[in-house]
Design a protein around this ligand. Sequence first.
Ligand SMILES: [Zn+2]
Length: 310
Amino acid sequence: MNRTHIVLVFLCCLLMHGCKTRSATEGNKINVVCTTTMIYDAIQQIFDTTLNVYALMKPGTDPHTYKASAGEVKLLKASDVILYNGLNLEGKIAQTLENLKKTNKSIAVTDFLNQDDLIFIDEKIPDPHVWFDIPLWQMAIQSVVLEIVSRYKNYFSVEQLDYISKNEENYLVELTEAHLEAIRMFEMIPQEKRILITAHDAFNYFGKAYNFQVLGLQGISTASEHGLKDIIDMINLIVENRIPAIFIESTIQEKSVKAVIEGCKSKGYSLKLGGVLYSDATGPKHLGHHTLAGAFRHNVHQIYNALKDE
Ligand SMILES: [Zn+2]
């Protein structure tokens, strides 16, 4: 074989490798990185082994303050698709995600939502905690699934598309059941008792869906500060309205919530700790709280038990 032949063989190999269509049944699967545990849960359940699905954040990670390590930035850059919440939820890595959008790699789940369905703080800042509006979240996830399937149409086999569609249906049904269960349970709590006080404003969509007045010690981002005055105002409001319970969030330190309980105690009012709610991340697998439906159900039961009539 002379030198020209060697070059030709090399070029053919290169072309064949470059043109090779990726397939979900072979070893060269599409790599998808999901930022939050809520997005990971949806994509993992629906696509299962047809994609390599990675979660950037873990249960208990606060997405507002999350910073990617060097290894995680590498994972983001090496991935084929990045799915993130958007609306500035992932505040510290928002710019990295936005930059990767230019290469058509990152997809914001909330980009598929109608602006009219979003809750705005001060009329201009959209609240990013959309997963607590179950029908809205279902719509967003359906759009994401459609986007991935159409982006990689030759990648999935007919059988795999059928499998994905069945998984998607199961995922949506489980969420609908959790949503209906919430409606049924909260019907038993009188309207005047539907006041939900948590560590930060993660539950505005939840409040809108189930008719709760929602108050957070911090704003919609945990990166914001809350001062002594906020705590004192909250204590006065709780005591005046005889609000029975306050909740801790799994992704936030509990010291401000504890300060409110202590403050109420000093005014002779016993404020109950309603337990831990999953706000910006799902929970551990051994409790069945690693899925959005599982975490959501846990929240509904905690709120119901703390606010129902004794
Ligand atoms: Zn939050």
